[in-house]
Design a protein around this ligand. Structure first.
Ligand code: GLU
Length: 468
């Protein structure tokens, strides 16, 4: 198994999902999960994208075996394979110029035909070749595709597959244009086959947008005399409208999801569900290791998988609810520190215990913690509450009785009871007013715990006092 990302962008959710299926299958089979960085597009490949991809995979827990293979370092092998194909007659030099090819495609379009190379230079005589070379023409290298060939394979997801050679667009370019005595830059289908064969890949698991490539690649395996791997083409990830998820859909790279406060566990869990149905009784919340134990391609759907934010949010909240306070602190502390929010560890853990149950994302843990570190303004509803009957007298009665320093929950309850009796209001009035005073809002986490957390530093006293 291998993942072969191109470092021409950050780790896309589609690539990450492909990585998940490769990883699950490799771990299930006790096989290896290898990584190959396909960096042959020199203009678009960037080291920071490679770093982003590796970091994203690591973060998700998709550990790979061995060192990543760097495709650009293998160009000598790619050229040797092309040399072999030229020697065996499977490949030839095509001297057609860009202008000629454009003219050919325009004619095909005008005649409503699908664009395809018309194999015009497939059988040049040595004299014709010499004439083109004498003109100073450069050449691409093309691989012969027999129109009468039928290419079949048994796809682990899609079952029996059959392609006609005639539907592959004519003889395929395997090396870019270069002077006629050289071999230009080798191209995708060729290098993938050479590398997959060299890495002894037994299973190629990738998105269904590669199906036509698979047909071409199978022809290359045969021509090179290399055994072909088994293929599994996984369904695409679709947006809410049922179209392929693209950059226009906003959040699509793993680092974006991470920045939005999704956990690695939830995202990996969610990606597993994008196209795979867990066996009966397993439920939808599971770890990668649990999924690997039962993973196979019989339960991978053929239909595209629609991205469902509600499900991802649900999984993320499940993951966050399963966290201990100390674990949650590990996730939240970097966010809090970035805001300059610090306190002693046990106080921070208590805050995590308080906020944990209501978190959907870690970003919520930033927003919901804010009033514990920064004194909030009173919103409209809080101001209204303070202006209501009995509110301020009740708060004043509480303030009169409020000691300095930490309080136990029992002592706090007793203070509330006393203050309510002294002010002659219902307990609910004081509770609501206290919430308004402490949090500046009528919404928020458990009131008593909030108070107890704000009490030791004197912050509770100051927030109550400012309202009076
Ligand atoms: N570099 C290719 C891509 O990112 C790899 C496809 C494959 O898995 O063969 O689409």
């Amino acid at each position: 198994m291998r993942l072969a990302p191109s470092p021409t962008g950050t780790l896309h959710i589609g690539t990450a999902r492909t990585a998940v299926f490769n990883w699950l299958f490799a771990r299930h089979q006790g096989g290896q999960f290898l990584l190959r960085i396909e960096d042959t597009d020199k203009e678009r490949s960037k080291p920071e994208y490679t770093a982003n991809i590796l970091e994203g995979l690591q973060w998700l827990g998709l550990n790979w075996d061995g060192e990543p293979v760097v495709q650009s370092e293998r160009i000598a092998e790619h050229r040797a394979a092309i040399q072999q194909l030229l020697a065996s007659g499977h490949a030839y030099r095509c001297y057609a110029t860009e202008a000629e090819l454009t003219e050919m495609r325009e004619r095909q379009a005008a005649e409503n035909r699908a664009p395809r190379y018309d194999n015009r230079h497939r059988d040049l005589t040595p004299e014709q070749e010499q004439a083109f070379i004498a003109e100073g023409r450069e050449a691409t290298i093309r691989f012969r595709i027999d129109d009468n060939a039928t290419i079949t394979w048994s796809d682990l997801v899609r079952g029996e597959m059959r392609w006609s050679g005639a539907d592959l667009g004519g003889d395929m370019v395997i090396a870019r244009r270069a002077p006629a005595d050289q071999i230009g830059d080798p191209l995708y289908n060729l290098v993938v086959v050479v590398d997959d064969a060299a890495m002894a890949i037994t299973h190629v698991i990738r998105g269904e947008d590669h199906i036509a490539n698979t047909a071409k690649q199978l022809l290359l395996y045969t021509a090179l005399g290399a055994p072909a791997p088994v293929f599994a083409h996984t369904p695409l990830i679709l947006n809410q409208e049922g179209r392929k998820l693209s950059k226009r859909d906003g959040v699509t790279s793993v680092s974006d999801f991470r920045a939005q406060g999704y956990t690695a566990e939830a995202l990996a869990n969610y990606m597993t569900l994008l196209g795979w149905s867990p066996p009966e009784g397993m439920g939808e919340r599971f770890s990668l290791a649990e999924a690997a134990a039962v993973f196979n391609f019989d339960r991978v759907n053929r239909a595209g998988a629609r991205f469902d934010w509600d499900k991802l949010n649900w999984l993320n909240s499940q993951v966050l609810h399963e966290r201990s306070a100390a674990e949650l602190l590990g996730d939240l502390q970097p966010l809090w520190t970035s805001q300059g929010w610090t306190a002693d560890a046990s106080w921070l853990e208590q805050l995590c215990t308080l906020l944990g149950p209501s978190l959907v994302t870690l970003q919520d843990g930033l927003e919901q913690a804010r009033p514990f570190f920064e004194r909030p303004e009173l919103d409209g509803a809080a101001q209204q509450q303070l202006a209501s009957d009995g509110a301020r007298p009740a708060l004043a009665a509480l303030l009169e009785r409020l000691p300095d320093g930490p309080l136990s929950a029992d002592a706090a309850q007793a203070l509330l009871t006393d203050a309510v009796a002294a002010a002659g209001v219902k307990k609910g009035v004081l509770m609501k007013t206290l919430r308004a005073a402490l949090l500046g809002s009528l919404q928020g986490p458990d009131l008593l715990t909030t108070w107890l957390l704000l009490q030791p530093s004197g912050e509770a006293r100051q927030r109550i006092a400012r309202c009076l």
